[in-house]
Design a protein around this ligand. Structure first.
Ligand code: PLP
Length: 371
């Protein structure tokens, strides 16, 4: 029996996608790679609902966070970083590392960012060059209302840069980049894309390209302009993770055959199924307002009297089910269930059946069972 890998990335990959990766290497400066990149790039533009340039970087997702900062900002620039968890904090840390003057607007773990407070911060100080925001905070299982946030930002500052970490949302939940007028938006192959880790994909707007002309942050590997000049001849500046590109090439054909709307529906349905199922077990989710509960990952509060790490250990060792733990301040307080990419209702049901057996063994007495 295969492992039920229920973490929010890396996610399981379809067999044919894994097989595509076992192909022999090709010349990354030859016609085969050029043709493949010529399929991948426009397919990503369609999946991202954007006419902006889309670059592919051989990198973990964090490389894309760093790239967004170094290509658009200079030391001393002021940036408003909206944080609702670990990944928002990481975006802020990276900007600080490069000398950006960061003002962090944090919201309580388990809540979404308030668009009005973001607008107020921009009204109070007109010198911000950019807003950095996480679309789906994987550490808490909260999806920000990015459409409303973008609208609130543009209402105050029509030309400010909006940089979006959409690593665990883009391609899984609605994120129309052009309709929401977002400048830099990026994701990673190992989240909803059903591809192993190794590729980050980033959409770069006209406004962001202008910023890249002026940005003075040091950069070499992650230079957007270098990436674009090579993309124009069907290449990447550095040797790409060719096997991951083989996988992405195939996955995009599969995803486009399914259709963006159906993919979003599938994630919405499985997100709801997860929330309904854990609540039916007598568990509580971290999300304070369910309208913002993520459809790619659910954070469940570890019930009183239960040790979170022990539960995850038992699930892994005895029930073949791998859950994610809490990160940062939520360590030991929550466990997380990934439901993005290649996942069926049956996979999730198997996870809940296992949880139902494991929980009483680690000290949980269900209020539901007691009723
Ligand atoms: C996974 C994730 C990252 C980090 O990606 P790595 O590939 O681990 O560097 C950043 N932001 C979000 C929202 C994520 O889900």
């Amino acid at each position: 029996m295969s492992v039920n890998l229920r973490i929010p990335g890396p996610t399981p990959c379809p067999d044919d996608v894994l097989q595509a990766m076992s192909r022999q290497m090709i010349n990354h400066r030859g016609p085969e790679f050029r043709e493949m990149l010529g399929r991948i790039t426009p397919a990503l533009q369609r999946m991202f609902e954007t006419k902006n340039d889309v670059l592919t970087l051989t990198s973990a997702g964090t490389g894309a966070l760093e790239a967004a900062v170094v290509n658009t900002l200079s030391p001393g620039d002021k940036a408003l970083v909206v944080s609702i968890g670990v990944f928002g904090d990481r975006f802020a840390d990276i900007a600080k590392t490069y000398g950006v003057n960061v003002e962090k607007l944090s919201f309580e773990q388990g809540t979404a960012a308030d668009p009005d407070q973001i607008a107020d911060a921009l009204k109070k100080d007109g010198s911000y060059k950019a807003v950095l925001v996480t679309h789906n905070e994987t550490s808490t299982g909260i999806t920000n209302d990015l459409g409303s946030i973008a609208k609130a930002i543009r209402g105050v500052r029509p030309d400010i840069l909006i940089l979006v970490d959409a690593i665990s949302s883009l391609g899984s939940v609605p994120l129309p980049i052009d309709a929401w007028d977002l400048d830099v938006v990026f994701t990673g192959s190992q989240k909803g894309w059903m591809v192993p880790p190794g590729m980050a994909m980033v959409a770069v707007s006209e406004r962001a390209w202008k910023a890249a002309d002026e940005a003075k942050s040091p950069r070499y590997y992650f230079d957007y302009k270098k990436a674009k000049s090579y993309l124009d001849k069907g290449e990447t500046p550095w040797t790409p993770a060719i096997s991951v590109y083989f996988a992405m090439d195939l996955v995009l054909q599969k995803l486009e055959a399914e259709g963006l709307h159906n993919i979003h529906e599938r994630h919405a349905r499985l997100g709801q199924f997860t929330r309904d199922s854990v609540k039916a077990m007598g568990l509580n989710i971290l999300a304070k307002d369910e309208r913002y509960a993520s459809n790619t990952v659910t954070s469940v509060l570890v019930p009183d009297g239960v040790d979170g790490p022990s539960l995850n250990k038992m699930m892994r060792e005895e029930y073949n089910t791998v859950l994610a733990g809490g990160q940062g301040p939520l360590t030991g307080k929550i466990f997380r269930i990934g439901h993005l990419g290649l996942v069926t209702q049956e996979d999730l049901q198997a996870c809940f059946d296992a949880l139902e057996k494991a929980l009483p063994r680690v000290g949980f007495s269900s209020p539901v069972a007691a009723r």
